[in-house]
Design a protein around this ligand. Structure first.
Ligand code: ARG
Length: 236
């Protein structure tokens, strides 16, 4: 990776899964936008890159693409986990989230805990911490939850609205965006505190890039630009 731009231009190739508003999603005009995209663009500029190039793929394809050199960095609301740290290096954290359970507003089903998901079908995106969490809980507590995995959260939410599944488990800020987007159709019934932190990921051992990104990210997080960005995507 690193190519793709014009002559001698320094391009940072960014991989993302644009089904995750407000962090990364597809705008009406077809372009990939969101908090992560804008942030990584600012970080790249500050780190000396002329531009970024966005490559979209399913979330579970991001780490393999990074390892294979198809992208330089992952910007995808990716939670920093011990398991992932075996394969990639993460920047300093830039956001913190929990998990939310989304259900249909017109149904009576209002689970307040994961136990109450027993006997139900719950949608998650493949390869996410929500999928890991549910798989683990099913194993540990012997709960009878039917976990349905989707390549994208947008598809999971569509199936929930259509009544094909009973709930979706997704990161809290994203659940809030879907709730807002599908007002009267979706509602958050519970939040499960997982305290996950997002970081950008680079190839394992790519300390040169990691150091540059960390420095730029820290600078931006300590500047007024950060507050403007937060306000733009999370302000009401
Ligand atoms: N934070 C969760 C994880 O790291 C979900 C991320 C999903 N991101 C996306 N762009 N679809 O597993």
């Amino acid at each position: 990776a690193g190519g793709g731009g014009g002559e001698g231009k320094k391009i940072l190739v960014v991989g993302t899964s644009p089904d995750f508003p407000p962090f990364e999603y597809i705008a009406k005009n077809g372009s990939v936008v969101g908090f992560d995209i804008e942030l990584i663009r600012l970080v790249a500029k500050k780190a000396g890159y002329d531009d970024i190039e966005i490559r979209t793929m399913d979330f579970d394809a991001l780490i393999p693409a990074l390892e294979q050199g198809q992208i330089d960095v992952i910007a995808a609301g990716m939670t920093i986990t011990e398991e992932r740290k075996q394969r990639v290096d993460f920047t300093i954290p830039y956001w913190q989230v929990d998990q939310a359970i989304l259900v249909r507003a017109d149904s009576e089903f209002r689970p307040k805990s994961v136990e109450e998901l027993s006997g139900k079908t719950v949608g998650v995106q493949t390869g996410t911490t929500a999928a890991d969490y549910l798989n683990k809980i099913v194993e540990e507590k012997g709960l009878n939850i039917n976990i349905k995995e989707y390549s994208s959260y947008v598809l999971a939410v569509n199936d929930l609205i259509a009544g094909r599944i009973d709930a979706v488990m997704v990161d809290t800020p994203v659940a809030k965006m879907f709730e807002k987007q599908y007002k009267d159709k979706l509602v958050i019934s519970a939040v499960i505190e997982t305290g996950e932190k997002y970081g950008f990921a680079v190839r394992k051992g790519n300390t040169e890039l990691l150091d540059k990104l960390n420095k730029a990210l820290e600078d931006i997080m300590n500047s007024p630009t950060w507050d403007e960005l937060v306000q733009k995507y999370f302000g009401s």
